[in-house]
Ligand binder design. Structure first.
Ligand code: IMP
Length: 182
């Protein structure tokens, strides 16, 4: 399948994703029983994963979609993002961040730090996909769907230059990703 200048091929089917999502939800139903967590899907990429996951969550929970601003300043280490859109108090809440993909882990690290600063009772994360750099960094992600190497993927909420979020399967780029692509 061609998306703009890149060639992609099917990588993880909708059926395999659905099975994985059900398994992850099952663990959350068990671990967060009696905790009424706040699920915090990070837009845009996590919208499809979050919707499917939430349909399998049977315990009482709240949901609040958030976004990271493109930047709120720059530091020597790069862009400093802040969390926007959380509309209810997260103080004293059990928070579960819902991510589509964790690559270097920088975005997730910043979000966790900010939520801890807001006085959350606990902050954990679930990601459908986790790439090798985050794994090597040993960033603590409580629930992981699929572990990848460094391949560039799209579909099921994930995009390439804004395209491909609508596909129900996940596709992988045929060629190795070029620097600066994501
Ligand atoms: P990190 O801060 O390096 O972990 O980057 C995470 C963000 O980069 C994700 O939320 C995605 O928006 C984007 N991203 C990283 N890898 C991919 C990919 O393979 N496909 C699409 N987006 C990606």
């Amino acid at each position: 399948m061609q998306v703009k200048d890149l060639e992609f091929k099917k990588f993880i089917t909708a059926k395999t994703i659905a099975e994985k999502v059900a398994g992850l939800a099952h663990k959350i139903n068990h671990d967060y029983k009696d905790k009424t967590p706040v699920l915090l899907p990070v837009l845009n990429g996590s919208f499809m994963f979050a919707a499917d996951l939430l349909k399998e969550i049977k315990i009482p929970c709240r949901v609040s979609f958030v976004k990271t601003s493109s930047y709120s300043g720059t530091t020597s280490t790069g862009q400093l993002k802040t969390l926007i859109g959380h509309d209810e108090s997260l103080f004293n809440q059990h928070i579960l961040i819902v991510e589509d993909i964790v690559d270097t882990g920088l975005t997730l690290e910043k979000i966790i730090e900010e939520l801890r600063g807001l006085g959350a009772k606990s902050v954990e994360a679930i990601t459908l996909l986790r790439k090798k750099p985050a794994r090597e960094k040993q960033l603590d992600v409580k629930y992981v769907g699929f572990d990848l190497e460094t391949e560039f993927v799209l579909g099921y909420g994930l995009d390439y230059d804004g395209l491909g979020r609508n596909y129900k399967d996940i596709y992988k780029q045929q060629e190795p990703p070029k620097a600066g692509q994501n």
